[in-house]
Design a protein around this ligand. Structure first.
Ligand code: BTN
Length: 276
């Protein structure tokens, strides 16, 4: 199906959306600096949980670790959801994992592709990144006030939309599957899965989503990785994910690390962990 213009996108999404909280209200922009920045402002002004910001393009899309996020018009999804979970700042980063599972489920539901997850929250297809997630917390003296979960999915971007230096790492669902995907369908599916997993996580904690996450991330188990953490670099073999979403890594001197944040590089590619 041909992708509608941005106004068509908003109308088509509203018609398909059957969520209770997420997307209510829905703020849609044809262009904005960053949906995360706008949602953060709404949060500071007291907007309710579920408030969702979507843009057809971003002029200052933000990635993790101060990077930018390539955000051309007419092809992709740039979405930020405002959540107000009654949890501590230590637990809130689990929302990165919850969102990654929701994106992977939405891709599986609306395309013939087989997504995987690279800890903590990159969604890949054929080993290339098609989705990035940036969860930003707002706190005050009483603790966590809000979390802005920003999700960028490369849906119908052609390879030419990516700068040359990203082309061997980044991809889109169109590049991976060879056909155009209906943005509104994928977005409605994503918000539905995110709402469902968010409620499950609130009620039962991350453990209930653990096996689903590990299925998507199975290709990481046993691989040799290098993780940039605030204190330096951890190099080792991925053992798994603990019950709270921490990545368990066996270091080169057989010491065990439990990582809560970090930027992972898979050394030598997937399925080559055992050879090392
Ligand atoms: C990453 O670096 O992997 C995270 C990328 C997150 C991009 C999304 S696009 C929608 C939202 N608005 C932003 O400015 N960033 C996030």
């Amino acid at each position: 199906m041909a992708d509608p213009d941005e106004h068509g996108f908003a109308a088509a999404l509203s018609a398909k959306l059957a969520t209770h909280t997420l997307g209510n209200p829905l703020h849609f922009f044809s262009t904005i600096d960053s949906t995360n920045t706008y949602a953060a402002r709404l949060a500071r002004e007291g907007a309710l949980e579920g408030t969702t910001v979507i843009a057809d393009s971003q002029s200052g899309g933000k990635g993790r670790l101060g990077r930018s996020w390539v955000s051309p018009p007419g092809v992709n999804l740039y979405l930020s959801v405002l959540l107000r979970p009654p949890v501590s700042t230590a637990v809130a980063p689990q929302l990165n994992l919850v969102a990654a599972i929701a994106v992977a489920d939405a891709i599986r539901e609306t395309t013939p592709l087989s997504p995987t997850i690279k800890w903590p929250n990159d969604v890949l297809v054929a080993e290339k990144k098609v989705c990035g997630i940036l969860a930003e917390m707002q706190t005050d003296t009483t603790g966590l006030r809000a979390v802005i979960v920003g999700i960028g999915v490369n849906i119908n971007a052609p390879l030419s939309a990516f700068p040359a230096e990203l082309r061997d790492k980044a991809s889109s669902l169109l590049i991976a599957g060879g056909r155009t995907i209906d943005r509104s369908l994928l977005t409605a599916s994503l918000l539905t899965h995110l709402e469902k997993f968010y409620l499950l996580w609130l009620q039962e904690g991350f453990l209930t989503l653990h096996s689903r996450w590990e299925q998507y991330a199975a290709q990481m188990l046993g691989t040799h990785i290098s993780v940039a953490v605030s204190e330096g670099t951890v190099v080792g073999t991925v053992l798994g994910l603990d019950k709270d979403g921490g990545l368990l890594v066996q270091g080169e001197n057989r010491e065990q690390h439990r990582l809560l944040v970090g930027d992972v590089t898979v050394l030598g590619g997937y399925n080559r962990g055992e050879a090392r």
